[in-house]
Design a protein around this ligand. Sequence first.
Ligand code: BG6
Length: 478
Amino acid sequence: MSSRIGFPKDFLWGGALAANQVEGGYLEGGKGLTTVDLMPTGEERQAISKGYITSFTPREDLFYPSHEAIDFYHRFKEDIALFAEMGFKALRVSIAWARIFPSGEEEKPNEEGLKFYDELFDELLKYDIEPVVTLCHFDVPVALVEKYGSWKSREMVHLFERYAKTVLDRYKNKVKYWMTFNEINMLLHRPYLGAGIPLNDVEDKNQVLYQAAHHQLLASALAVKAGHEINPEFQIGCMLAAGMTYPYTSNPDDIWKAMDKDRESFFFIDVQSRGEYPGYAKRFFRDNNLDIKMEDGDLEILKEGTVDYIGFSYYSSRCTSTDPEVLKGAVSGNIFGSIKNPYTKASEWGWTIDPKGLRITANQLWDRYQKPLFIVENGLGAVDTPEEDGSINDDYRIDYLREHFKEMREVIEDGVELIGYTSWGPIDIVSASTGEMKKRYGYIYVDKDNEGNGTLDRKKKKSFYWYQNVIKSNGQDL
Ligand code: BG6
């Protein structure tokens, strides 16, 4: 009988959150307005997230879900106690940049903001939960968007470096695992949601976006460098919205297109992990007449600021074709376009469900980078309807997770170094793409609807007990 490796003893089981989707308290404690605070629910959200913004202050006629979110700002102790009850070893959170530097340019950081995260990390450490911290999960101080057009400008690089140094130093004895930018490749697909970039008057979108990408990559490398100097024990990762692109057929043209699509995303991680622009990116710049302005020393910074591990989200695989007829079958799926794969099912929101794709993607990333992998997001967004007695029997969520965990076990058997898994939204939170509350990922239900009504009370779902047992058995008992 062959013996199996199994999950490592110190595997980081847990959940993942983002400041702007949970905290609320959007102007409390001296916090400045951030980009996501200007993203309403409803039709306008899509255009805004693509960069066509309508105003730099919230409008009276729109509803902005981030302003209160699930009130984690005031309830984090209660929520962390529930995560501890599930046995979490890690909680991924992000720091809201605008809590620390409300306009991005203050001379001194905002002490009240810094204190909030001190308390948050202390609370986690009280339960031996490892904080895993993203420096920027989509939210940019609005003042920097107004003044500089966000990452369009090189000014952002040093403003971000200053912010990063401030928090890396402040929490150097509390936090070991860091990530620079959440889903850095989102910048190409939802420029405002992902990186605060307005595109209202832009003629050459690619020129603007790839220049902004250079600035972000530089800022990421500077943060990694600074982090390693502040505490050599730090593990600092990148974060990719992953999910392999499959060719629809074995037609070489389909294969090439699929590879090319994946490279749109790998482009970022190749720089963050290998420390240099890959040849295919330079060709893309040449072929498209892009003039990416770089200063002396930039390439050295990229080389010196490479990441320690590859963090990634996995919700879906993608599929592409060169056949115009086949291309008509487009589906939605975590922002990234895809055609319908006849071999996979989809969620209520049309996102492809492909557990095997997790194994494929993880192996692909491991083969490419040979660095530890950390699955920092995965999960099923679904409608939960409480039963008459108030219980929530989310068997569909358990099924989704179970199938993905089986593949995760295979990933480990394949010899991939996988250090952890934090499922997305362990407590129901605001959806990033739609702003809805009814798209729920949690093991813990939050009583709140799309319009903002509800008591905000928390309630354990069936999956709460199931995940608790998975963690307790270290992935044996699925
Ligand atoms: C990822 C983001 O893209 O997917 C999260 O990092 C987001 O912020 C998650 O919430 C799920 O997407 P959605 O749109 O269902 O919230």
